[in-house]
Design a protein around this ligand. Structure first.
Ligand code: 8YV
Length: 313
């Protein structure tokens, strides 16, 4: 008999098909009566597949006492209660590295789109403004501007590599100076903000970074600054960001993540100086296939009693 797998968040069909070869798959996200599903398969579900935006809490773990592993489809596992998992002897894995370059690409896509007003440019051509009114209003430069990266982890470093190619002076904020990073260090985003033209948020989510980019940081940005976030909505103090955008105290923003997803604060959509994306930074076919493969490798390794490829706990 195949072990049971609870799929907590929606996955592509190619992953579900591959998982079905090894597991009895239970689509929790699609179940109308979730409690009934948990009750029915309480003794056979040995693994949970979840996603960054879905996570897994202690109550779910308690409902499935045979679970040995929670595999996250994503690098960020801030919504998985890792302490609760550890206390129950449940392993936790994520999908690092395979999405790093993709997220860094999106960070720059949002930055370029916000600075060069790509959505407005596209509209200018489509709606006939070009022919009717002439050239669109001038935009602002990205290359050579000073970038400050909040969180110099894997993704932050991939963003920094791109920034080097754009000949941008690079700074980063982190609790500790990183001996191997040849960039200017600041202990907090607020300390870094006055010295940058672009504030790029790429820190891990979770309790430790909640509101890290706080009102002080946002208020310390120069008025021509562009803020981009490809991390988690929780990392930025959203009311302060909204106020800065509303009062035009910063020039623009490029945002892939928000405090409330997918029902984001509707005010974001009223700004013409903001470019929005639906938490899609890792969302290419190529990277999602790699993420799915790595998640499956973790699940299968646990079932086979082999070492886990990418454990976090
Ligand atoms: C999502 C992410 O998990 O990796 C992360 O931390 O935020 C994303 O890759 C992705 O949307 C999959 O659900």
């Amino acid at each position: 008999m195949k072990p049971g797998l609870l799929v907590a968040g929606e996955l592509p069909a190619w992953d579900l098909e591959a998982l079905a070869a090894r597991f009895e798959v239970h689509l929790y996200y699609a179940a109308e009566d979730k409690a009934a599903m948990l009750g029915r398969h309480r003794d056979t579900i040995r693994a949970i597949a979840t996603k960054g935006e879905v996570g897994a809490d202690a109550a779910l773990m308690d409902a499935l006492p045979k679970v040995e592993i929670i595999a996250c489809y994503g690098v960020g596992y801030d919504l998985i209660d890792v302490a609760a998992a550890k206390a129950r002897g449940i392993r936790v894995t994520n999908t690092p590295d395979v999405l790093t370059e993709e997220v860094a690409d999106m960070a720059f896509a949002l930055l370029l789109a916000a600075a060069r007003r790509i959505p407005a440019a596209d509209a200018w051509v489509r709606d006939g403004s070009w022919a009717a009114k002439g050239p669109m209003p001038l935009t602002t430069r990205v290359w050579g501007r000073r970038i400050g990266i909040v969180g110099l982890g894997r993704i932050g470093r991939a963003i920094a590599r791109r920034a080097e190619a754009f000949r941008m002076p690079i700074a980063y904020s982190a609790r500790e100076r990183k001996a191997d990073a040849p960039y200017d260090w600041h202990p907090t985003p607020a300390a870094m903000a006055p010295h940058v033209d672009v504030l790029m948020v790429s820190a891990a989510g979770g309790a430790a970074t909640r509101g890290l980019v706080d009102r002080a940081a946002i208020d310390a940005l120069p008025p021509h600054a562009i803020l981009c976030n490809v991390a988690r909505g929780t990392v930025v103090e959203e009311p302060a960001l909204l106020a800065a955008l509303r009062e035009r105290r910063i020039a623009a923003a490029g945002l892939d993540v928000f405090l409330d997803e997918p029902a984001i604060d509707p005010e974001f959509a009223t700004f013409d100086h903001v470019v929005l994306a639906p938490h899609a930074a890792s969302g290419t076919v190529e990277t999602r296939r790699d993420m799915g493969r790595l998640m499956r490798e973790n699940l299968e390794a646990q079932m086979d009693g082999r070492p886990l490829p990418t454990p976090v706990a």
